[in-house]
Ligand binder design. Structure first.
Ligand SMILES: C[S@@+](CC[C@H](N)C(=O)[O-])C[C@H]1O[C@@H](n2cnc3c(N)ncnc32)[C@H](O)[C@@H]1O
Length: 202
């Protein structure tokens, strides 16, 4: 718990200044995605213990709130690095993007964890294609997409093409992974099925 917060805080400690503002309710949000990850557990004590053990408490400001609650209370200080790694449900990733991207500093970095996940993937494709800022220097590190963001500029066509191609490849990676999982279940004699919406007859 808190690995990426600690990684970012270690970089700040090496630099000697800066803060990681870590927004997380650390408690059930009522969504199935939280329950799937943490059950009904609260994770704040584990998070702060890990941060303290790493020796970076002085560089981490935990905000125990959902993204929506934190945004409503945010003081508006421009953000240099925005790391989106909360709920991966599409509506939540969309909120994280639409609400927080406008708060980036004129030159900043945005990062999305798990860009293969369907909701994250769709939001990346749609929200990083904005007339309000440009993206450049896309790079994929440890399952995270990073991009440089410059406000008040437009992305070059080549960057947008790279973004689309990248998102497509990530999506295929996810589909292949699901296929492999399904085959594994089949080999174990377990039927792996997804629920599909059945159209109602009128
Ligand atoms: C994969 S963990 C991220 C951990 C974090 N990147 C780190 O290593 O420091 C995802 C987190 O998203 C949080 N989360 C879920 N819904 C959220 C929301 N609406 N707003 C903010 N955080 C949320 C969960 O509590 C969970 O701890």
């Amino acid at each position: 718990m808190g690995r990426s917060t600690i990684a970012a805080a270690l970089a700040l400690r090496a630099r000697g200044h800066g803060n990681v503002v870590s927004v997380d309710p650390h408690a059930p949000t009522g969504k199935a995605s939280y329950a799937a990850e943490h059950g009904w557990r609260e994770t704040f004590a584990e998070f702060t213990a890990n941060v303290a053990r790493a020796g970076v408490s002085g560089f981490v400001l935990p905000v125990r709130a959902t993204s929506e609650e934190a945004r409503a209370a945010y003081d508006g200080v421009p953000i240099d690095v925005l790391f989106i790694d909360g709920s991966h449900d599409e509506e939540d990733v969309r909120f994280d993007s639409v609400a927080w991207l406008p708060l980036l500093a004129d030159r900043a970095v945005v990062a999305y964890n798990d860009p293969y996940a369907p909701g994250v993937n769709r939001v990346i494709r749609e929200e990083l294609r904005s007339p309000n800022f440009s993206i450049s220097n896309l790079r994929h590190v440890n399952n995270t997409l990073f991009a440089d963001v410059r406000k008040g500029a437009r992305s070059k066509p080549a960057e947008l093409l790279a973004l689309s191609a990248y998102a497509y490849v990530e999506r295929q990676r996810f589909k292949l992974w699901k296929l492999a999982l399904r085959s594994l279940f089949a080999a174990l004699g377990v039927v792996y099925r997804e629920r599909k919406t059945v159209p109602m007859e009128s």
